[in-house]
Ligand binder design. Structure first.
Ligand SMILES: Cc1ncc(COP(=O)(O)O)c(C=O)c1O
Length: 436
């Protein structure tokens, strides 16, 4: 293990600007992106279908260093198409880690295959690959390797395990767009990988996912699957672009102070589109599941891909600042595996009490709660056929994790304010801090 290495965001930290409050998400779009979205809405001829989709897919494949990329309405749908393209179905088993999101488990179960849960490590929150080896059976067909929070997993070990057992390695790069391992982008190591551009991820098209592979036969099957997916409805696409514009404005730190209470007031009744349906949280297949990405969203994804390097460099430097300050204060912070350059979509910290930590930080920032369940957002873990007790480290982690914002709007002053809030909360919660 080695420490995270990146330039600090600032040597000198000026006093905190009390008129700011940092959102967990946002800052990956620009005003010009919003103008592009607005033009697409006003002249909707190429809102759903058009040349931006192919251009976006080519740019994505180039960035990952893969030969093929196919876009979908969500990362989970890309994963579902990928599993089917690999011939995975009833009677097969797929290894995946917890914590993860219920929709990952759903994609496996919707093919008829059985998800086999593997515990996480507590230093990286990635899969315990030794336990994955022990849980491999003759029915195991694939290993889903999640790069949690954008911290690359131990890919060498995963490749060794999958080669020895004749399994397909699929990389879950949903948190890790822009991360590298051994100098190569994550997503370029396995048989295939999938990514998400949902609004909480490294770049945002409000919703969206993409699958990459080098395998021509698999690519043909993915292309066929994409062809069978209907294009998204015009009103849904319009609501995604409107949400992107709205979030761009609302998450600006001076505006966010006022917008967040309004958003909280509406709670679940707000009319904005949500990423996970009521059926999905119950582990059930929604009536509308498979769809393509719209041309309008692809145009916005393409623009953000061009700025990805600066976006990820910023996230790394914010993570470096958190790492330095929090480890000085004795918090349990993640460690960066050898050969890895993380993307840090969020920065995870282990605290005594996530709820009181969130309250202590609220004046300065909204903290994330990934993961608050072994299967995030699930109504209960058994909706994803998870048996309590199967992965005790993950079950403990979800009682202690909070995530700090790393998005392009986070400044050095924000980092200081957030760290001091964490220190205050921890002192109130008994002051027991653990350094790994
Ligand atoms: C680790 C992980 N994988 C996959 C997904 C699904 O991505 P999408 O929402 O694009 O389907 C999520 C959702 O947040 C996730 O956290």
């Amino acid at each position: 293990m080695r420490q995270i290495v990146a330039e600090p965001i600032a040597d000198h930290v000026p006093p905190k600007d009390s008129t700011r409050r940092v959102a967990l998400i946002g800052g990956t779009t620009t005003f010009e992106d919003c103008m592009v979205a607005l033009r697409r809405l006003l002249y909707p001829r190429q809102l759903i279908q058009g040349p931006d989709i192919a251009e976006y897919e080519c740019a994505f494949a180039r960035l990952i260093g893969a030969r093929y990329a196919y876009s979908f309405c969500h990362g989970r749908v890309g994963l579902y198409g990928l599993l089917r393209g690999l011939g995975i179905g009833p009677g097969d088993e797929v290894l995946l880690q917890v914590p993860t999101h219920i929709v990952v488990s759903n994609a496996i179960r919707f093919t008829g295959a059985r998800p086999v849960y593997v515990d996480c490590r507590l230093d990286t929150y990635n899969m315990d690959l030794e336990q994955a080896r022990q849980r491999t059976t003759p029915r195991t067909k694939a290993l889903l390797l999640q790069h949690t929070f954008g911290l690359p997993a131990d890919i060498d070990l995963a490749l060794d395990l999958t080669r020895r057992n004749g399994l397909d390695l699929i990389e879950d790069c949903v948190h890790a767009l822009g991360a590298t391992y051994d100098g190569r982008p994550v997503g370029s190591f396995g048989r295939a990988a999938f990514f998400s551009t949902e609004e909480t991820k490294t770049i945002s098209t409000t919703m969206g996912g993409i699958v990459t592979t080098d395998d021509p036969a698999l690519a043909t099957r993915l292309q066929e699957f994409q062809r069978t997916c209907p294009p998204p409805p015009i009103l849904q696409t319009a609501s995604y672009l409107l949400k992107l514009m709205l979030y761009h404005g609302m998450t600006e730190p001076h505006a966010y102070r006022f917008c967040r209470p309004i958003y909280e007031f509406f709670g679940k009744h707000n009319p904005l589109p949500r990423p996970t349906t009521p059926e999905e949280v119950l582990g059930k297949r929604p009536a509308v599941y498979e769809q393509r990405l719209s041309n309008g969203q692809a145009a916005l994804g393409l623009r953000q891909l061009r700025r990805l390097e600066a976006n990820v460099a910023h996230r790394r430097s914010v993570a470096t600042a958190y790492h330095k300050r929090l480890s000085e204060m004795g918090f349990r912070v993640p460690r960066c595996p050898a050969k890895a350059d993380p993307a840090f979509v969020r920065y995870p910290v282990w605290v005594e009490n996530p709820a009181s930590t969130e309250r202590a930080a609220i004046r300065f920032a909204t903290l994330g709660m990934w993961f608050s369940s072994v299967l995030e957002e699930a109504h209960s873990p058994d909706c994803g056929a998870y048996e309590m007790g199967a992965c005790p480290r993950a079950e403990e982690a979800v009682r202690h994790l909070v995530n700090l914002p790393t998005n392009p709007r986070v400044t050095a002053q924000d980092v200081e304010a957030i760290v001091s809030a964490l220190v205050r909360a921890q002192a109130m919660d008994g002051g027991r801090r653990t350094l790994l």
